[in-house]
Design a protein around this ligand. Sequence first.
Ligand code: FES
Length: 144
Amino acid sequence: MYSEKVMDHFQNPRNVGEIENASGVGTVGNAKCGDIMRIFLDIDEKGIVREARFKTFGCGAAVATSSMATELVKGKTVREALQVTNQAVTEALDGLPPVKVHCSLLAEEAIRAALRDYAQKRGIVIEGLEEPGEEIHENRHITD
Ligand code: FES
């Protein structure tokens, strides 16, 4: 049912944890399944993502997509990080079962939420950063 890559990223997730004083933090939750994902980005003065970490309270696919999404955004510019869509994450994981596609959407939205937070803190506008869809709830509270 799951690809080897999904199983690998689920069993050995990369970049688990938090970043203190992160440049941007994005927390999103899916109203239907109740899963919650938080992504932390450290972005340098040139606008390059130096570090990405995540905390996910969710299914195995949500953990695997968070892990892959944080891997994909590292070293990218903010603009390039916006290209890390749910399709990009799913492809990098060699696919997800159709019922799990929304998990990869959560990863995309968590990155975008973290970039929105970064833009807000910096007082800059990032083109193409629209608000999340209605199933995704931004900035829900996670109890650590
Ligand atoms: Fe909801 Fe995977 S079942 S994020």
